[in-house]
Design a protein around this ligand. Sequence first.
Ligand SMILES: NC(=O)c1ccc[n+]([C@@H]2O[C@H](COP(=O)([O-])OP(=O)(O)OC[C@H]3O[C@@H](n4cnc5c(N)ncnc54)[C@H](OP(=O)(O)O)[C@@H]3O)[C@@H](O)[C@H]2O)c1
Length: 324
Amino acid sequence: MKAVLCKQPGPPSSLVVENIASPQPGPGQLVVTMQAAGVNFPDVLIIQGKYQHKPEMPFSPGAEASGIVKAVGPGVTGFSVGDAVAAVMTYGAFAEEIVVDAARAIKLPARFDMKVAACFGLTYGTSYHALKDRARIRPGETMLVLGAAGGVGLAAVELGALMGARVIAAASSEEKLATCRRFGAAHTINYAEEDLREALRKIVGNDGVDVVYDPVGDKYAEPAVRSLAWGGRFLVVGFAAGEIPKIPLNLLLLKGASIVGVFWGNFSQREAAANANNNATLVRWIASGHLKPLISATYRLDQVPAALTDMSNRKVQGKVVVVP
Ligand SMILES: NC(=O)c1ccc[n+]([C@@H]2O[C@H](COP(=O)([O-])OP(=O)(O)OC[C@H]3O[C@@H](n4cnc5c(N)ncnc54)[C@H](OP(=O)(O)O)[C@@H]3O)[C@@H](O)[C@H]2O)c1
């Protein structure tokens, strides 16, 4: 079977596609014939040795996928050969056959779109956990999403609107902001051209925003913290722009506000039952059409370097997927 391999730390162009032996499932594992794999920003980091997990080389990147169960390992219950599943992993998804921990697999209802299935586990899983479990967002609250047209950002926009929040989307181009409006943003800010605090003040006055969702970090984090409302929550999701911001703590004291960490990967393992409940809600919302994740491009396995380069260059909107 064909697999994308990372043989040494490096940029996307250093990845290769090779024929390797089909994997066998170990205890508690499934082997899944991959139908689609979602691309995520951590894939760009992990191949360069810049992610918190540093796999042994060679390895296949790719952290979420969908497909059909090909083999079931010892001790696995609840899954059979032929089941359609979605799964999240730390790496390993960019290959024709993938090994999945059964505990991290989701059985899909009939006729579920397999490209969408490859994209919601990590992306929508992160944003739903952030808004529901970490921010405890309430209907009627205002929420600012930074990097709002990206993978987790657009999921936060769509989920925030569905959960009754008034969503303000901030991104770097008019094209991206138009996408955010289609996915439920009530207001938009082009933070490449406008001053973020000034633009927010025009929308919410001096009241501030109740929740900030930040997957970008760098220079927008502090103005966003300064724009929090009384009792506001700032969700630390990621640092796609590279720089980890340092925030003066007096800003939080003055607002009775909180900075709240979000680490969906650890949550999904440490609080597996709560994560399974969240997944069930997301599957229901997607199956009923309440959520319609945007898949803006599809790449083949040999085009994974291009997919990861586009992601590093901020060219991606919503999700892009890899199909074998
Ligand atoms: N905490 C968690 O559990 C968790 C889970 C999943 C992902 N994450 C993190 O969330 C972040 C976003 O992931 P994603 O998969 O949604 O990525 P993505 O689709 O590439 O979105 C990231 C967004 O960040 C903005 N950005 C600003 N400066 C950038 C730069 N120098 N390079 C790339 N993007 C830049 C871009 O929007 P503009 O062009 O509009 O600025 C882009 O749309 C990553 O840091 C990832 O590690 C965290």
